[in-house]
Design a protein around this ligand. Structure first.
Ligand code: ADP
Ligand code: MG
Length: 257
């Protein structure tokens, strides 16, 4: 990740006429109906749309958790459909950091152990694993709480642990599906502030939300309706910082670290 323009020739995500159909015959649901989209390194994209419009389906395919029915998907130029399952999980683990609405943390494990998990999958040795997990926790302001279990943390803190887990492997892409859906406004501002910082550092972010307040923090807003892209608006250039709407008020409200 030397410069933001370096990777500009090849998109991180390239979707071409992507469709996804669940089920068959009478019961078939066409969740995606021909989505063509490219996302370049350093961009910060908010995907908006009503419930049932296909946002999570899109995210599962982009995140290599599911495959399209027709069309093509290149991740960093790689046609993931052609990969074997072990190659796919390896790519998923190294290139993509996931953040979910429900945090998806292991409740019985400490924050540190949760953040170390993807590094374990990536076969990073224990000493380095610990150091990198602590650095990721520090990046979200929670290094002092490394030994705490998620049950002892607020929703906002849990989501920050989940963000630390997502960035621990230093992925080229962060995918977040309604990451602020379960958070109050202060915790939402906190998580969006962390995403803004991660994007400033050059990380590509795709964030799914149905809240336009949240989408205003991205550089580009893509709207999905009935499985199709119906709008694509750029709010800020790929190179440079993301917009920080309402920054002053949020900064005052955020937890000092
Ligand atoms: P969103 O995230 O925008 O709410 P989804 O991608 O979850 O939308 O869903 C899009 C459509 O696909 C919906 O009609 C939903 O009911 C359907 N769908 C999603 N996942 C499945 C599944 N595993 N099996 C069948 N239908 C599904
Ligand atoms: Mg969804």
């Amino acid at each position: 990740m030397t410069s933001v323009t370096e990777g500009a020739e090849q998109p991180v995500i390239r979707l071409w006429r992507l469709t996804k159909t669940y089920g068959e015959g009478e019961a078939a649901v066409q969740a995606l109906r021909g989505v063509t989209l490219s996302v370049y390194r350093g961009d910060y994209v908010a995907i908006m749309g009503a419930s049932g419009s296909g946002k999570s389906t899109l995210m599962s395919i982009v995140g290599c958790l599911d495959v399209q029915t027709t069309g093509r998907y290149l991740l960093d130029g790689i046609d993931v459909e052609m990969l074997y399952e072990d190659e796919l999980s390896d790519i998923r683990n190294r290139k993509i950091g996931f953040v979910f609405q429900s945090f998806n943390l292991l409740p019985g494990s400490s924050a540190l152990q949760n953040v170390e998990l993807p590094l374990t999958y990536a076969k990073v040795r224990s000493g380095e694993r610990r150091a990198r997990a602590l650095a990721a926790l520090q990046a979200v302001g929670l290094d002092k709480r490394a030994s705490h279990r998620p049950a002892m943390m607020s929703g906002g803190e849990r989501q920050r642990v989940a963000v630390a887990r997502a960035i621990a492997v230093d992925p080229s892409l962060i995918l977040a599906d309604e990451p602020t859906g379960n958070l109050d406004s202060v915790a939402t501002a906190d998580v969006l502030g962390i995403f803004a910082e991660l994007n400033r550092q050059g990380r590509t972010i795709v964030l799914i939300t149905h809240e336009s307040d949240v989408a205003q923090h991205a550089k580009r807003v893509v709207r999905v309706r009935d499985g199709q892209l119906v709008e694509d608006t750029r709010l800020a250039p790929i190179v440079g910082p993301p917009p920080m709407p309402g920054l002053a008020g949020h900064e005052l409200a955020s937890v000092p670290r």
